[in-house]
Design a protein around this ligand. Structure first.
Ligand code: NAP
Length: 656
């Protein structure tokens, strides 16, 4: 899909249009029916903001919010009685709002916002208020830089390069535009979207709810599903690009191949391959990398791979001409990508062989593939800020998420789990597996992981994966792959599996940050040689000796069980704009992280990771690098990262 494929459905091409709701014309009964589907805590908060009615924040309606287990407590754990009362009050409030002619939502006073948060989240929530204003105070874009380059005459002529135009690159571009900076976005593909442009495999969709997996400054109200499919997400990004007006700054089909710091010019020499194959060289004072983390396909070097005469396709490099119909297909891998591909294709193929090394833990998500309930869609489209409160509420539920369940208790003695909480989570997931494979004990044995939950990414399941494995034309192969021949995959037990098409859902070169970009910093230092396969950064953003370079999705920023990558990349971009403000306002030309805070920060991160299931467990995962260090993962809560990146610390940098 490209922008040209989009039907011209948008009559208002402004960012504000994302938040716009329709006036209510529904009957009392229709309103009551919609409220039946509502996420009640978020609806009460949105209506309290809209109507300022204290009855909506009564103590008896306060969600107890039990900690997350394998499941999330519906309605924040409210009793049936409290839910009924909340529905009645919400319906009445909406009817009154309709009868008053749907007036504009008032800007809430700080005291009133405080009260809502006290109700929804907790007392003593000061650490949350900035974030709340960022998220729900609609008329005011709290993430905006709050400065303009014209404020600093000495900064005139400053140029910034952004590499990549996925979620993070689009965010960076938008914030740079707000600051009035001269910027260029380089995109290697022929369209924006990053992984959501590249991944078009059958069944591709989100496995993080899209309220969280979307941009704070572009809160779409008309998602059709909670875990949207790839076309809807790409379409969202195309809309964001159009509505932010950043399109003219984006150079597609242009891959940046190298960055070289030019000390004399205090700028990066950026070399990019242009659509006609020639090299384009240009200097930029600052560079923001937004190259993603999970986008350079890893295809294992299976012996004999070159001799295989059939088709081989990687999940992230799916081609429209790949036809699975009637073929003998091998699906290698059982990670998040395979989990979506397998159930989508098995009914079309003559035979599907799933090659599994380690089974994943599955999180029960019965509504995974469902459309959003009509009532929720109606509320999103008619109640100002409801979507933003749903997002904030989900953020709060997920801010610690299942972190407490993946923390090592050194005193805990168990061959698999690492703490009592981890064992409770394991038992919940085991119960689901036992139920799903009750009729197939042979498959149950193979589908049961022998490592603690949280050591690898847990996958959402609504029953489709087990259903696929049980199908007559599907075989689960658990022996290792020894080699490939002309038309078969051979396993270590001597078996030969004849196939026509191999789908490698074998993941990405996740440990090689910024691969394959060549980055030469101060004194000719090569960044990849400096890292030597063990990537680190200060806040996941900067590396000493590589001034004026800011990363998004950098080392140790990946969230495992508590949040969304979009949230962290927005933190990184907003932090970068704070850094730029400091540098430009003070008339500096370079900003370089000091080695001491970099080392201290990384020691702190390593300490946090060391006690987490993903570091403790021996099992393989993309969270660890070749040396076994968890170099991809952020080990704390999301609020901690938000607060950490909320301020640029000049004392941690050399400014010149
Ligand atoms: P992945 O999680 O790295 O899984 C790769 C799979 O390939 C694993 O099952 C792995 O086995 C297997 N594998 C790797 N090398 C192999 C070999 N030599 N022989 C046999 N099997 C091999 O990759 P992914 O599924 O593409 O997912 C990567 C990440 O992308 C996810 O964790 C997620 O963060 C993101 N993602 C998100 C979505 C979404 O939001 N909807 C969808 C897809 C991906 P082992 O388990 O034994 O290592």
């Amino acid at each position: 899909m490209t922008e040209g494929d989009l039907p011209p459905t948008l009559d208002d091409d402004t960012l504000a249009a994302f938040d716009r709701v329709q006036p209510i014309a529904a009957s009392d009964a229709e309103i009551e029916a919609a409220v039946r589907d509502a996420d009640l805590p978020a609806l009460l908060a949105a209506l309290a903001m809209l109507t300022q009615d204290p009855a909506l924040l009564a103590d008896e309606l306060k969600p107890p919010s039990p900690s997350m287990t394998a499941r999330i407590a519906p309605q924040g754990g409210l009793s049936a009685e409290a839910q009924a009362k909340a529905r009645t009050l919400a319906t009445q409030a909406l009817i009154r709002y309709r009868d008053a002619g749907c007036p504009e939502a008032p800007t809430p006073s700080p005291e009133w916002l405080d009260r809502i948060v006290q109700f929804l989240i907790r007392d003593g929530h000061e650490d949350l208020m900035d974030l709340l204003r960022h998220e729900v105070n609609v008329p005011d874009d709290r993430g905006a830089p709050g400065w303009h380059v014209s404020d600093f005459p000495q900064a005139a002529g400053t140029k910034v390069a952004v590499i990549g135009s996925g979620f993070a690159g689009i965010t960076a571009a938008y914030r740079l535009k707000q600051a009035g900076l001269d910027f260029t976005v380089f995109e290697k593909n022929r369209e924006i979207g990053g992984v959501w442009w590249e991944n078009t495999y059958p069944g591709c969709r989100l496995d993080t709810p899209n309220f969280a997996y979307s941009l704070s400054f572009a809160q779409k109200q008309d998602w059709t599903q909670q875990f949207s499919q790839q076309p809807e997400i790409l379409r969202y990004l195309l809309d964001v690009v159009r509505r932010t007006g950043i399109r003219p700054h984006i150079r597609v089909n242009t891959e940046v191949e190298s960055l070289e710091f030019d000390e004399d010019q205090a700028a990066w020499k950026v070399t990019a391959r242009t659509p006609d194959g020639s090299a384009h060289v240009e200097h930029f004072h600052f560079v923001i990398t937004a190259m993603g983390l999970l986008n350079r396909p890893h295809i294992p070097d299976f012996p004999g791979l070159a001799s295989f005469k059939g088709e081989v396709v990687h999940s992230a490099a799916w081609r429209p001409d790949v036809n699975v119909k009637g073929k003998r297909v091998a699906l290698i891998g059982t990670g998040a990508s395979a989990f979506q591909i397998g159930p989508e294709i098995y009914a079309q193929v003559s035979r599907l062989s799933v090659f599994q090394r380690n089974p994943p833990w599955m999180l029960p998500t019965p509504t995974y593939h469902d459309d959003l309930k009509p009532g929720i869609r109606w509320l999103l489209g008619h109640v100002p800020s409801y979507g933003r409160w749903v997002r904030f509420w989900q953020f709060w539920i997920g801010v610690e998420g299942r972190l407490h369940l993946v923390e090592l208790d050194p005193a805990w003695q168990h061959p698999v789990s690492i703490s009592a909480g981890n064992e409770a989570l394991r038992q919940e997931c085991l119960a689901m597996l036992q139920q799903q494979f009750a009729d197939r004990p042979d498959l149950l044995a193979h589908a049961t992981p022998d490592y603690p939950p949280g050591a690898k990414r847990m996958l959402r399941d609504n029953g489709t994966w087990p259903q696929m494995l049980k199908a007559g034309n599907v075989g689960l192969v658990t022996q290792g792959i020894s080699h490939l021949s002309e038309n078969a995959i051979h396993t270590t037990d001597g078996q030969r599996h004849e196939v026509d098409l191999i789908i490698c859902a074998t993941g990405f070169k996740a440990a090689d940050f910024l691969y394959p970009l060549k980055v030469t910093g101060r004194a000719g230092q090569d960044l990849h040689r400096h890292w030597d396969g063990d990537c680190r950064a200060y806040l996941g953003i900067s590396v000493p000796g590589f001034p004026n370079l800011f990363m998004t999705s950098g080392p140790n920023t990946g969230v495992v069980v508590n949040g969304s990558a979009i949230f962290s990349s927005e933190c990184q971009v907003e932090y970068t704009l704070r850094a730029l403000r400091h540098v430009l306002s003070q008339g500096h030309r370079t900003v370089d992280c000091r080695p001491e805070p970099y080392a201290q920060y990384n020691a702190w991160i390593d300490q946090g990771n060391e006690t987490k299931a993903w570091a403790v467990a021996k099992t393989s995962s993309w969270y660890k690098n070749k040396s076994g260090r968890a170099a991809q993962t952020w080990p704390f809560g999301m609020l901690e990262y938000w607060n950490l990146t909320a301020r640029f610390r000049p004392e941690d940098h050399v400014l010149a």
